[in-house]
Ligand binder design. Structure first.
Ligand SMILES: CC(C)(COP(=O)(O)OP(=O)(O)OC[C@H]1O[C@@H](n2cnc3c(N)ncnc32)[C@H](O)[C@@H]1OP(=O)(O)O)[C@@H](O)C(=O)NCCC(=O)NCCS
Length: 239
């Protein structure tokens, strides 16, 4: 077991109840539970474009590998999971999207998916799962962690930034979906430089220009005219 404690569950009528949980690595025995939780999440999703579904064979492949999936279990069964995958150097490696040197591509991990059951949202489980998985990845010798997030998914962007990721790319991925490429160097925390540029999250061209010039998005905030992303140059090299 990785962790245990209690969580707040939203009940009907919006009351909240304390429920015990356990966090653990999942194996193939959890295939049906994971698929069921993904289905519940999708049915609750207002904009289906923001989440790329994991196919059953992808789940099976990942669960067969050690330490790739961390789950949270309560009396309701599986209520959250975080899944990572280890891309090949010559495959779809997000390190390529952010111009990581070829020699570093073998040290790249992808955060593939995170899902929290709607009744358990608000317990910061995305951050907690990511932070525990990052420690495990560090022990395994991985250095670069990449993740794709839709610019429409402000909560997930906020949670990535809070876990030390920065926006390092903005690209069409998975055929036709606009995605930020979020990046974290496990061994070197990002230190923002003094020159900060705030830009509206819908200004795609402006953000691409900043990223091309070496800026990285490190903060997001809501203003009257929508979400703003703050970009800056890092104080030292990211990779
Ligand atoms: C993104 C996700 C994992 C975050 O869940 P989480 O860790 O429980 O979120 P947090 O605890 O950080 O929530 C912060 C606040 O946002 C709210 N919130 C979280 N997810 C929300 C959602 N999808 N819609 C509306 N509000 C949400 C929480 O209730 C909380 O509000 P509160 O402070 O008033 O209680 C979860 O929303 C989810 O499973 N979304 C669908 C799948 C997805 O988008 N995955 C990420 C793909 S990159």
């Amino acid at each position: 077991m990785l962790e245990s404690g209690n969580l707040k569950r939203k009940n009907l009528g919006s009351s909240r109840e304390e429920i015990d949980y356990e966090m653990r690595f999942l194996n193939e025995g959890y295939l049906d539970d994971i698929a069921r939780l993904q289905e519940i999440m999708v049915q609750n999703l207002q904009d289906k474009e923001i989440f790329r579904l994991t196919a059953p064979e992808e789940f099976r492949e990942l669960l067969a590998q050690k330490r790739t999936v961390i789950g949270i279990l309560t009396e309701d069964g599986l209520i959250a999971y975080n899944m990572v995958c280890f891309p090949k150097e010559d495959g779809d490696n997000f390190g390529v999207d952010i111009n990581l040197p070829q020699s570093e591509l073998k040290k790249v991990v992808h955060l593939k998916a995170v899902v929290v059951h709607p009744a358990y949202r608000g317990n910061e489980l995305q951050k907690r799962l990511a932070n525990i998985h990052l420690k495990v990845l560090q022990e395994l010798g991985y250095k670069h962690v990449c993740s794709t997030v839709s610019p429409k998914n402000a909560i997930s962007i906020q949670n990535h930034l809070a876990s030390g990721f920065v926006v390092k790319g903005l690209k069409i991925k998975y055929g036709d979906r606009l995605r930020y490429i979020m990046y974290k160097n496990i061994f070197r925390p990002f230190v923002p430089g003094p020159k900060v540029v705030a830009i509206n999250i819908t200004d795609i061209y402006g953000q691409e220009m900043l990223i091309d010039r070496g800026f990285a998005g490190f903060k997001i905030q809501v203003r009257n005219d929508g979400w703003q992303v703050m970009y800056c140059m890092p104080v030292s090299k990211l990779f």
